[in-house]
Write a protein that binds this ligand. Sequence first.
Ligand SMILES: *Cc1c(COP(=O)(O)O)cnc(C)c1O
Length: 357
Amino acid sequence: MKQVHNFNAGPCVLPKEAINNAIEALKDFAGTGMSVIEVSHRSKEWQAVMDETEALWKEILNIPDGYKVLFLGGGASLQFLMVAMNFLEKKAAYLETGVWAKKALKEAKGIGEAVCVASSADTTFNYIPKGYTIPTDADYFHITTNNTIYGTEIHEDITSPIPLIADMSSDIMSRPVDVSKYVMIYGGAQKNVGPAGVTFVIVKEDALGKVSRYLPTMLNYKTHIENGSMFNTPPVFSILVMNETLKWVKRCGGLKAIQKINKEKADLLYNEIDRNPMFVGTAEKESRSVMNICFVMAEGYKDKEDAFMAFAKENGMVGIKGHRSVGGFRASLYNACPIDSVKALVECMQKFEKLHK
Ligand SMILES: *Cc1c(COP(=O)(O)O)cnc(C)c1O
């Protein structure tokens, strides 16, 4: 197989071991003589995977009692709507830190009153706003902890006077999280915990049931809690790969160990961006994401963008094109991205500097 350095933003690189174990289960699942995609989701073998996957989430993220972990369809994008339907009674408050945050706010506005507490839209979302006031009369405060497109991140669990809800699609499992500070955490799996097709929802049970509107069965978190995420047929293969990915996280030593290596990887690349006169980072330094690292050609080298892209490609780099709204480059250093890939990218930038400066 061709060796590449995969910096895709999502779907993205996953642990090789997780993929290989999933391939085995695709052939013969738990000794059943059938593929995991052929067995009944009501079988005891499958139920064991569901139970183990929820237990792995609880163990690795240290999720307190009173929370449920759900595995749903529809992506983080459907959660934008479900959050508002299940939690918005009078008013909701949102922090607008990027396109995903904007989309979440838009869905809430379709359901009821939703206000934007602060926004960094003025500078293409290159920082996390500070010094804002969370309205205490709102039902919840919604944040996007990592802004995948712009490479900014809320690094600490903030303290909110009202229930806190977070889209953690692109930094879940990258660091320890104090789950007790949130009533709900959700995200699409395809950035750090598995393939597309499954959405994780960590929800505090007693925070539910406070809205008066009719909730359609499939859009009601209680339906999925009562049915162990199997009200309808679950995306078994995606959940299985997620299960294997979480086991890999455990083998790596858990979230403290993962955070340390993630920090090391990000520092390597940011240090090169700051040192190399040909490149410049786009996010404000204190808002810089550990997961998605965005940079452009520096003043005086703008005409070299295509040349660097071609050079990086020749050297095995994949997925480093920046999002069209930011331009330049974006390297996503999710958990499964090996430090050797980051070293290879840094080397590539240094070689390019020698060739062109
Ligand atoms: C990718 C992403 C989404 C969208 O996820 P889907 O599962 O494709 O709907 C939402 N929020 C953030 C922060 C993302 O990175």
